[in-house]
Design a binder for this molecule. Sequence first.
Ligand code: KG4
Ligand code: ZN
Length: 349
Amino acid sequence: MKILAIETSCDDTCAAVLEDTRILSNVVSSQTDLHKEWGGVVPDIAKRAHQARVMPVIETALKRAKTKIEEIDVIAVTKGPGLAIALSVGVNTAKELAIKYNKKLVGVNHVEGHLLSNLAKNKKGLPGREIAFPAMCLTVSGGHTKIVKVESLKSESLKVGFKYEVVGETLDDAAGEALDKAAKLLGLGYPGGPVIERVAQNGDIKFLDLPHPLADKKILDYSFSGLKTSFYYKIKDWPQEEVANHLADLAATFQNAVFETLIRKFKLAAERYQPKSLMASGGVLANAELRKRLRRMARELELPIYMPAKKILNTDNAGMIGIVGYFMALRKEWSDPETIDRDPRMNFN
Ligand code: KG4
Ligand code: ZN
């Protein structure tokens, strides 16, 4: 089955072409440069950039996959959650193409895309491994932080796909959002995660004493806003030179506090639910230190862990949307192109 996938939920304009779960092309046009000077994503700027870029990005994806739109079986588009006016651009483009070329259409949940990004295969069908289910999945990006138990439906009746149980999630900020906000406090710019990673490299992780949010062992949820507030109060009266002199230590301390919390709850969830494997995904997984800690955790639990090898599959991309679209198409969960609408607060589950 050939799938054209479109993703415009935030500030990346993305299109991909897949053959089942094999990604033939995965094109991302990042808008970071446009939003940088505002210190975060400006919805109206995102909308206009999506409008200008969506068709060229789709054409590039088709060209790189050596596929004509006539050969596409299904169009998959991110329906939500995300920025309403940004989502609209992708959804409207998908519906116009579906009507014009008479294609089947599926409306995909962005979070499910992040969750299933470890199922992606390259053109040659690699990696060839079979993921062991149930898997406990940590998905951690700028918009979401969730621990989800993912069960394969392979054995259940005729259904194909996955069953999800959210066992923990953030009650306020997402982990990536916390890193972005801390970077802003330190005057490091946007997006914060990658800069913090770079600056933190030689820093002292014990430089400040930061709280452990929701440390109670019974709770699998996250909370990052208190961490950010505490960080703010600790440094708010510092002279600028003092902050500048300890930039590496401050970045390392904050990053460490976020990652320690991420790992502690994820480990707790794995111990409680006894999955057969672990999966992790989302923009923050681009961080080498977090990946190292997750691998160490998996070794301690003696479980296999899957993380997308390519950075593009961690941050927002349309390849992951196409994977979800593939399973929805197998289940014939079609959307009507005449009535499909974006769903900015789309629930998961
Ligand atoms: O998945 P993504 O591209 O978009 C959302 O769905 O949110 O994730 C973006 C988030 C941002 O908060 C960004 O700061 C974070 O991922 N991020 C990183 C790194 N690269 C991106 N965080 C830590 N280390 C990185 N290297
Ligand atoms: Zn995302």
